[in-house]
Design a protein around this ligand. Structure first.
Ligand SMILES: [Zn+2]
Length: 316
């Protein structure tokens, strides 16, 4: 059985919506209670991140954006310019702490303290671009993790696999021209779902041409269609790119019960796909996986799928 870190900080609950909103602290409360209730939490290696300075964050994000985000929180703004993305006075520091959690997961895996990590983070990250927050995301945790692995742990090639139901436009943009980070995203077709990017022909540019791979799925697609895409698109890409580590943008909002989209994955689907990811990681990068929580807005499926995903990460 593999050693898996569970990265969490109680302060993640302090980023809370000033109005009714699906991305709320209840999500992590539900996950923690469930993992405790089924006895899984006790089998994981707990990792609690420290508040970081913004040094590592600046490898990805624009300093003026960070300053404006900090000021907006201090000023008491209720949202970003993108009004789907709320703020409270804690949001800037908790976004830093969320990124710190992802980096703590990266440290634990890269130093061999654990084999894999699941990071129960919020706010989520994959819609955040270099100088913009949107889609409930303030800082791009996956991108920060990739850059951190490269800068601090001598990793050259990182594979980001984004299976949140929404396309990770922020992550794609950040690595658009970068041949050292491969970005794969599977998501509901952007003709039907936010943020409207992630078409098949978006493949990167310049030195990064071919290093972005999008698998848009028709509304109503489910376990079989996702499994085929993992086997026929993702697996060959992993074999070609030969990454040293996987960073997962793990969203559970592709579940059939999730209110924000129309993909029909079930618990069995999440189990099968998690198993495929573990097999691919074993084959290509010594099994190293850092899984970062992104979306997932229906309480029951969120907590059950998180459990199932972590149990697969524990398998050899
Ligand atoms: Zn999502």
């Amino acid at each position: 059985m593999k050693k898996v870190a569970y990265v969490y900080h109680p302060d993640y609950l302090l980023h809370a919506p000033p109005f009714d909103h699906p991305e709320s602290p209840d999500r992590l409360i539900a996950i923690n209670e469930h993992l405790q209730g089924v006895g899984l939490l006790d089998t994981l290696v707990p990792v609690t991140p420290d508040y970081p300075d913004n040094g590592e964050i600046l490898r990805v994000h624009d300093p003026d954006y960070l300053r404006s985000l900090e000021h907006a929180c201090r000023r008491g703004d209720l949202t970003l310019e993108a009004e789907d993305t709320y703020l409270n006075k804690n949001s800037y520091s908790i976004a830093l702490l969320s990124a710190a959690g992802a980096m703590a997961g990266a440290d634990a895996v890269a130093t061999g303290k654990v084999d894999r990590a699941f990071c129960a983070l919020r706010p989520p990250g994959h819609h955040a671009g270099r100088a913009v927050g949107m889609g409930f995301c303030l800082l791009n945790n996956a991108a920060i993790t990739a850059r951190y692995l490269q800068a601090k742990h001598g990793v050259s090639k990182v594979m980001i696999i984004d299976w949140d139901v929404h396309h990770g436009n922020g992550t794609q943009n950040i690595f658009w021209e970068d041949p050292s980070v491969f970005y794969f995203s599977i998501h509901e077709n952007p003709a039907f779902l936010y943020p409207g990017t992630g078409r098949r022909w978006e493949t990167g540019k310049g030195a990064g041409e071919g290093m972005t791979l999008n698998a848009p799925m028709a509304p109503g697609a489910g376990n079989d269609e996702y499994r085929l895409a993992f086997e026929q698109m993702l697996a060959p890409a992993v074999d070609r790119f030969r990454p040293e580590v996987f960073v997962l943008s793990t969203g559970f909002d592709a579940h059939r019960d999730d209110p924000l989209a129309d993909i029909e994955l079930t618990e069995e689907g999440y189990q099968c796909l998690s198993g495929i990811l573990v097999d691919l990681a074993n084959r290509s990068c010594g099994g190293k996986i850092i899984s970062l929580l992104e979306g997932g807005y229906e309480r029951e499926s969120l907590m059950r799928c998180t459990e199932i995903h972590i149990r697969e990460l524990q398998k050899d």
